[in-house]
Design a protein around this ligand. Structure first.
Ligand code: ADP
Ligand code: ASP
Ligand code: MG
Length: 401
């Protein structure tokens, strides 16, 4: 007998028919003799609808109350799902994040999991119950409800799998697995049979929302065997794991992130301490800075450009304006109409030709690169948002065409 955690996303539990289908998948696993913990997301677009409802009564609801509201979506799913399992004559119990002791930090809206107290889960598994748990939610040290950030149910599932030392964590979704790029925007995208934790972590951090990036981080840290699989087709999915059997591809995937804004500070004195001053101000406000570019000085001035997530742009602009004299720039130029397009692949380590091929594809499509950043297993470029769809397509054609 194995212990398996099965997570189903919003589309997979969108309506009664979907819930019955998914209950069938879970029942099959249970009848095969396995212990099963099921983690569910809110149905369909429920979370978006709840956010819209909040906006109807308040322009800036407090993060605490917003989390109180958003956590209700998952509670609807687990209760309905447990009822559907009951009709199959199987023992089942639904539980909230609080009931399973999923403890987080205080960061409402984007809380990090600190631990999962396994007692209640173990008791229910020992009773041979199918245990159905609300994804996306936990409680902080004050017993207030927190949520884990959009897409966070994946992380709930992996955290439970890690805490219970489960044999497998399956993320059931509305695509057959992890593809070489989002199959909804590039129909020629290919399904990957397997991918390393490191590559998957880069892909999900760089915009591929098929897995919440923290779920991958946690799976890697606790060696949780992870599988991404469709709840609709019954096809084999993608294994996310440490080492790969087959020969490594140079590039495993192409991804795109539209949630970026660029800030350029122009006309800084070319002297030590400027970068320190700028980025320590931003760090103090917990503003994440990503790609950074410093131009070679013209005369005795230089420019520094960098990107921040769009929702942090206003805060970044405010702090930089407030300290304009101390930083000493002549102009601040802001653009929020940019996208970051990236290629990821463990096989590109030390292979400079891969980046050149990506740039060649962009050049042939006459797409201008504004900034570039690289790491051992990824190359990212910032481009005009209007070019992003085409950029993903031509880069994908280049490597997988
Ligand atoms: P769920 O509700 O099941 O959590 P999500 O919408 O969060 O599902 O994630 C699945 C979606 O991720 C797919 O429908 C697909 O459009 C998108 N996606 C983006 N990049 C990829 C990729 N590389 N491989 C597969 N799906 C991807
Ligand atoms: N329901 C939450 C969201 O829409 C969490 C999840 O689906 O993973 O972001
Ligand atoms: Mg998701």
């Amino acid at each position: 007998m194995s212990l398996i955690v099965q997570k189903f996303g919003g589309t997979s539990v969108a309506d009664a028919e979907c819930i019955r289908r998914v209950a069938g998948i879970v029942a099959k696993t249970y009848r095969a003799g396995h212990g099963v913990v099921v983690v569910l997301s809110a149905q369909g677009d429920t979370t978006d609808e709840l956010i819209a409802k909040a906006r109807e009564v308040s322009r800036s609801p407090s993060p605490r109350e917003l989390d109180m509201l958003l956590s209700t979506g998952e509670q609807i799913s687990v209760a309905l799902f447990a009822m559907a399992v009951e009709t199959l004559g199987l023992p089942v119990v639904s539980l909230t994040g609080w009931q399973i002791g999923l403890k987080t930090d205080r960061n409402y809206g984007n809380a990090r999991i600190k631990k999962v107290e396994c007692e209640r889960l173990r008791v229910e598994l020992d009773r041979k119950n199918i245990v159905v748990v609300c994804g996306f939610q936990g409680v902080n040290r004050y017993d207030d409800v927190t949520t884990l950030g959009r897409g966070g149910s994946d992380t709930t599932a992996v955290a439970i799998a890690a805490a219970l030392k489960a044999d497998l964590c399956q993320i059931y979704t509305d695509v057959d697995g992890v593809y070489t790029t989002d199959p909804r925007s590039v129909p020629e995208a290919r399904k990957l049979d397997e991918i390393t934790y490191d590559e998957m972590l880069e892909l999900s951090s760089l915009g591929a929302r098929v897995l919440h990036n923290r779920s991958v981080e946690m799976a890697k840290r606790y060696h949780v065997p992870l599988e991404v699989i469709s709840s609709f087709t019954g096809q084999p999915g993608t294994q996310v794991k440490e080492g790969l059997k087959v020969e490594q591809l140079n590039v495993s995937g192409v991804t795109r992130d539209d949630n970026v804004a660029r800030i350029a500070l122009v006309g800084l004195d070319d002297m030590p301490g400027k970068a320190f001053r700028i980025f320590s101000l931003l760090a103090a406000k917990k503003i994440n800075v990503d790609v950074i570019l410093q131009s070679i000085g013209r005369g005795d001035t230089k420019d520094i450009s960098f990107t921040v997530p769009k929702q942090m742009l206003n805060a970044a602009r405010a702090i930089l304006e407030e300290h304009r004299d101390a930083i000493g720039y002549t102009d601040m130029v802001i653009s929020d109409e940019i996208s970051k397009v990236s290629i990821v692949g463990a096989g590109m380590v030390g292979n400079a030709g891969v980046a050149a091929e990506m740039f060649e594809a962009l050049a042939a499509a006459n797409i201008n690169i504004q900034m570039i950043s690289t790491s051992e297993i990824k190359v990212s470029v910032l481009i005009d948002a209007r070019d992003a769809k085409q950029a993903v397509q031509v880069i994908h054609d280049k490597f997988f065409g």
